[in-house]
Design a protein around this ligand. Structure first.
Ligand SMILES: [Cu+2]
Length: 345
């Protein structure tokens, strides 16, 4: 089975079917572990049950009619009597669906308002998630660092205890932020900031996707939410706030990186490759701690030394159409630059 097909399955099927395939939490909207996700699950179940009820009634009546009034041998084949107009039936099939629709509107509006107006405690964590074609920039304004594609948050033992508030922005086209086990989709729209929040109650890694078609690599715009115990989250924040210690063996790679156009698109904090006011170093993911990430290229490849070298050699192989060009480096340059990036833990 191809990786992409498996990914698609993982997003649509239940974990039982997938158990042998992938050791990870799949994006199943029926296994929610956060307050907004729970609300979405409950309303989804209500809508599904109403739809199932309607289906049962219609299918039963149709099956009865088909069976009861089927053609039998010896039937005379002229048209049967035609009956026109019944005020009662017409009122019934107008009023009943209207009532059902109003119930659904009411329930949905209540869920949306409940999630939107939920009080957010003062010590909530704040992150800004910026959709780019085709990766996620993740800024922690209160902590002063930027990362990519993997959103780290603390666990909430009690509902809403330490929620993370997400400010969603787009650099280019419309994207949509969706982590099915945590919350409903929220669109990520240029020139607008949508706000949502999550309060996962179980530690672990939750998978998400861009859920609004945004171009060639839309399906390669995966994201992970990594939920830590509180102390672990604080340790992660502290390590991201530091910069990696300079490593003498990486000097050649660092010099190569800084001499190439890499720095026009990528920032590395506290080095000459710092993000500039002109937008320099902001087009691609911040690489200050690139070696600490689980994946590269928005979940498309795992972060191994070999994948990193292949990525630098030609990013178009793993993720065709993405906006990082093959930089035509020599094998030695690739080795050096990759070795340098590997030190950025
Ligand atoms: Cu997309």
């Amino acid at each position: 089975m191809t990786k992409r097909f498996r990914r698609l399955l993982a997003l649509t099927l239940s974990p039982a079917i997938l158990a042998g395939l992938e050791e990870r939490r799949v994006g199943n909207i029926f296994q929610t572990v956060a307050t907004p996700g729970d609300a979405v699950r409950q309303s989804a179940i209500l809508v599904l049950s109403i739809a199932a009820g309607i289906f049962l009634v219609v299918a039963t009546v149709a099956a009865y009619a088909i069976f009861r009034f089927r053609r039998r041998p010896g039937d005379d084949l002229t048209e049967p009597p035609q009956v026109y107009g019944s005020t009662q039936i017409e009122i019934a099939w107008t009023v009943i669906p209207l009532l059902i629709v109003f119930v659904l509107i009411g329930v949905t509006a209540r869920v949306v308002a409940g999630v939107q107006d939920h009080p957010i405690p003062k010590d909530a964590i704040h992150a800004t998630v910026v959709g780019h074609q085709w990766w996620w920039e993740i800024r922690y304004p209160d902590y002063g660092f930027t990362t990519a594609n993997e959103l780290h948050v603390p666990v909430s033992e009690k509902p809403g205890e330490t929620p993370t508030v997400l400010r969603l922005q787009s650099m280019d086209v419309i994207h949509s932020f969706w982590v099915p086990q945590l919350a409903g989709k929220t669109d990520v729209i240029p020139n607008r900031e949508n706000v949502m929040w999550i309060d996962p109650r179980e530690t672990g890694i939750y998978f998400g996707n861009c859920a609004e078609y945004c171009g060639t690599q839309h399906a390669g715009m995966l994201l992970k939410v990594i939920v830590h115990q509180k102390a672990e989250f604080e340790a992660w924040v502290a390590s991201q706030q530091q910069v990696a210690a300079e490593d003498a063996s990486a000097a050649a790679g660092r010099a190569t990186f800084e001499s190439l156009a890499c720095v026009n698109c990528h920032a590395i904090r506290d080095t000459p490759a710092q993000a500039g006011h002109t937008g320099r170093g902001k087009f691609g993911p911040d690489l200050t701690h690139v070696a600490s990430r689980l994946t590269l290229a928005s979940g498309v490849i795992t972060n191994t030394p070999e994948h990193l070298r292949e990525w630098i050699r030609d990013p178009q192989v793993a993720k065709p159409g993405n906006f990082m060009p093959a930089m035509q480096l020599t094998e030695q340059q690739i080795k050096d630059v990759a070795a340098y990036l590997e030190t950025l833990k």
